[in-house]
Design a protein around this ligand. Structure first.
Ligand SMILES: [Zn+2]
Ligand SMILES: [Zn+2]
Length: 349
């Protein structure tokens, strides 16, 4: 058994879970969404979140639980599966962290035994329904008491207005006013795109695995423009070697190409691309065998020193002392079952 733990964090939902638990599926956005964590064997946890209604009163948490259980009961009846529920179940040893919030803990048992918490956060008013799953007959209370209380549903004050994104061992603090607009979670390449001000500003965060292989025949200075050729086609840019996060890296600066060049393209008016400025950094983390990239694109020309880029680099934790378990998972992810392929798919749940 492996005692290592890591953080899972997505759309402000943060959990500390056994290192084998990783994202198996994710849907939705900050307002309403769903994430599922699996280990190699089975689904281990599910989280659903919803922002409190803007207008009108929120329904009591117990109503939510009523409705959720009704749905499960219907499903069970249809499939002829045995289903039992224990409302207001007492399986949490320490409830101090829930003080001040409206919540209910309950257990349902069907093909699995699920330890549930439904809660409305007194601070951000988000409503979260979370469950930890265990095989029927297995005593999972120690595990449940470890994982459930680690739940956080809004950014930490200590993170200074930034939101942690932590998935497959990639950790990045994004400013909270940037919204996730796109993501790709492929084994070798994780890419998160955030936007602010209706797309006036964009962040692109990348994490490439197996850096040693990618950099076998190139140094970073050559690799970056060739790997991001498509993303860079509208920019005039320069790439300079630089020391970043104590690693060998490059700084990238770009501006829009001249209008003429864009006009001379076929069909320029059909799909004129926005003229933007680019400030970016890429570095090679040998500890994790990864290449980390942050890019900030803006319609306004950046002025002077780019403190914002520094903040982005600072928010990207490429390796930590105990990161070896993540690197191991990285390799499993790259070679193992197609877990990442299921992401974003819509199925029944
Ligand atoms: Zn909250
Ligand atoms: Zn590093």
């Amino acid at each position: 058994m492996n005692d290592a733990h890591h953080d899972f964090s997505w759309q402000g939902i943060r959990l500390r879970v056994p290192a084998e638990w990783e994202l198996g599926r994710v849907d939705g956005d900050a307002k309403s969404g769903y994430a599922r964590l699996d280990d190699a064997r089975m689904v281990r946890a599910e989280v659903e979140w919803r922002a409190a209604p803007v207008r009108g009163a929120r329904r009591p948490v117990s109503d939510l639980v009523d409705r959720y259980i009704e749905q499960l009961q219907k499903k069970a009846d249809k499939s002829g599966m045995e289903f039992s529920v224990q409302r207001q179940a007492r399986f949490l040893r320490d409830k101090r962290w829930l003080e001040g919030s409206e919540y209910e803990t309950f257990i349902w048992e069907a093909d699995y035994r699920a330890y549930n918490l439904a809660r409305a956060c007194p601070e951000c008013h988000r409503i979260v329904l979370m469950r930890v799953l265990a095989p029927v007959g297995e005593n999972a209370e120690a595990l449940v008491n470890e994982v459930l209380p680690s739940l956080e549903d809004h950014p930490r004050e200590a993170d200074g207005g930034r939101n942690l994104w932590s998935v497959y061992g990639m950790r990045f603090l994004a400013p909270v006013d940037f919204e996730l607009t796109e993501y790709e979670l492929k084994s070798g390449h994780i890419r998160l795109t955030f936007q602010k001000d209706g797309g006036n500003r964009t962040l692109r965060i990348h994490r490439l695995s197996m850096a040693q292989m990618l950099l076998r025949d190139h140094d970073l200075e050559d690799w970056y423009p060739s790997f991001f050729r498509k993303d860079l086609r509208d920019f005039l840019f320069t790439v300079h070697p630089a020391r970043i996060s104590n690693h060998a890296g490059v700084l990238v600066q770009g501006g829009p190409r001249s209008r003429w060049r864009q006009i001379l393209r076929p069909l320029p008016m059909v799909n004129p691309r926005p003229r933007r400025y680019l400030q970016g950094a890429a570095w090679h983390c040998p500890e994790q065998n990864r290449i980390c990239v942050v890019e900030h694109l803006s319609k306004k020309r950046p002025e002077g020193e780019d403190d914002f880029l520094k903040e982005l680099i600072d928010g990207y934790v490429c390796h930590t002392e105990q990161a070896t378990s993540d690197a191991r998972l990285d390799d499993e992810l790259a070679t193992g079952p197609q877990r990442a392929a299921a992401l974003g798919e819509d199925g029944d749940r």
